[in-house]
Design a protein around this ligand. Structure first.
Ligand SMILES: [Zn+2]
Ligand SMILES: [Zn+2]
Length: 116
């Protein structure tokens, strides 16, 4: 095998970039332990309040487990994302190119035309 310092550098950069993404994700997770989204109406609520008194908007009440389940479902793309996350970029499931999440949802992928 031929030693290739250029592709090794590129590989290092990719590894570093994905590390950064993981850290950013961990930070977001930390911030989201206080604020959460009501699984029923999607309004922003504090975790403590929805567990103790129910959703201020629709009255939904459930266990912490149900909240986590709803959150995991959202993370996997099973439900619509809140508006403040809509401008984030996402990878097109078909061509893998980085596209704006909102645009992908509304008009489909501008590269390959994929629409979910
Ligand atoms: Zn609600
Ligand atoms: Zn695409």
């Amino acid at each position: 095998m031929i030693f290739d310092p250029i592709s090794k550098t590129i590989l290092d950069q990719i590894v570093k970039a994905s590390d950064g993404e993981r850290i950013a994700e961990a930070e977001r997770m930390k911030a989201s332990t206080y604020w959460t989204m009501c699984p029923a109406c999607g309004k922003k609520v504090t975790k403590r309040q929805i567990l103790a008194e129910g959703c201020w908007s629709c009255g939904w009440q459930g266990t912490e487990e149900e909240l986590e389940l709803a959150k995991a479902k959202r993370a996997s793309g099973g439900e619509t994302r809140p508006a403040d996350e809509a401008s984030y970029k996402t990878k097109c499931p078909q061509c893998g190119r980085l596209v704006i999440t909102k645009e992908l949802g509304e008009k489909g992928c501008y590269i390959c035309g994929w629409k979910g």
